[in-house]
Design a binder for this molecule. Structure first.
Ligand code: ADP
Ligand code: ZN
Length: 304
């Protein structure tokens, strides 16, 4: 079996791994995200060291924070494009790794990467249409539709959907620099921290913050269920570590949909419908293995 390099490129930290699949991860490292040159050099250093121990990597996959350009036909394929993160706008991540390591590089959004990981080895193995969401420092969503990763004009930006915001009940204006009270502006971890004056990790389960958070998550899920008809919704990210959120969100989704979508997954099996990632916090980096494999296969096909 070929060896894959996986990179989960996050706004706060990078995770790199080398291996074949979840059962065969030979090495993993984590480090904080600094400027692009320092950070990407650290990625290269890790892979070069691992190649000395384990042999050559066949391809690398990157699940990246964004916005990104995931279109292999585009001249800026593999770039982080318009991110507000200082120093990182217009960074050619895939091209740099490809030139340095001289292997095919697969590249997609962090959430599409994580979705692919869950599809190959996790909570979406038997599905062809599902959504993977992260509720963390930001909110993002990706997934597969009819067996293919969701792309399009660019890629989905589900976290910036507009959802109803009752400013009488919740006068907090939201924190998205682009939209104020979009979904991420109202319901990301930092939005919770600013609204309530302390980090989400410190809000007890019986704090009213969690009912409001469940409301915002359920409103967006309602829209996603109606727009995409996913067979499952996987919810990861730091905020979803608060497992008490799952039953609140499931119940509220059922109430909001009001039995309109008459499918047993929603009416009676919602515990199997809205779920945490089976790969835990490893979905992104393992999904990057799957992105590497896909890039390697497509390169082989092109050569044939
Ligand atoms: P990132 O999105 O940067 O990759 P995470 O997914 O870990 O990072 O999300 C970080 C956010 O999750 C922070 O705002 C933090 O307060 C929140 N968070 C982390 N753990 C918990 C927890 N157990 N309960 C509630 N919120 C949490
Ligand atoms: Zn926004």
């Amino acid at each position: 079996m070929p060896l894959w390099g996986g990179v989960e490129a996050g706004g706060t930290k990078f995770v790199c791994a080398i291996g074949e699949n979840p059962g065969l991860v030979l090495a993993v490292t984590r480090f904080p995200t600094k400027d692009p040159t320092t950070t990407l050099e650290q990625v290269i250093k890790f892979f070069r060291e691992q190649e000395k121990k384990f042999g050559p990597i066949a391809a690398v996959g990157v699940s990246s924070f964004g916005p990104v350009d995931p279109d292999p036909q585009s001249p800026t394929f593999g770039y982080i494009t318009t991110t507000p993160k200082p120093g990182w706008a217009s960074t050619d991540v895939a091209g740099y790794l490809r030139r340095e390591l001289e292997v095919p590089v697969g590249f997609d959004t962090d959430v599409n990467g994580a979705a692919l990981g869950e599809f190959r080895w996790g909570a979406a193995e038997e599905l062809d249409t599902f959504i993977y969401l992260t509720i963390g420092t930001g909110i993002g969503g990706g997934g597969l539709v009819n067996g293919k990763l969701m792309h399009g004009l660019v890629h989905p930006e589900m976290g910036h959907m507009r959802i109803p915001h009752n400013t009488n009940d919740d006068p907090f204006p939201g924190i998205c620099p682009y939209h104020g009270d979009c979904w991420e502006g109202l319901a990301s971890g930092p939005a919770m921290e600013q609204r309530w004056g302390k980090p989400a990790t410190e809000l007890p389960d019986d704090h009213p913050a969690w009912r409001l958070e469940a409301e915002y998550l359920a409103l967006a899920l309602h829209n996603l269920i109606l727009a995409i008809s996913p067979q499952r919704i996987i919810m990861g990210g730091g905020v979803m570590q608060r497992t008490a959120l799952f039953p609140l969100v499931r119940q509220r989704v059922q109430e909001l949909l009001h039995s309109y979508v008459k499918h047993p997954q929603i009416i009676s099996k919602i515990d199997e419908y809205i779920v945490p990632p089976a790969l835990g916090n490893r979905s992104g980096v393992l999904g990057a293995f799957a992105l590497a494999e896909a890039a390697w296969q497509s390169e082989k096909q092109n050569e044939a």
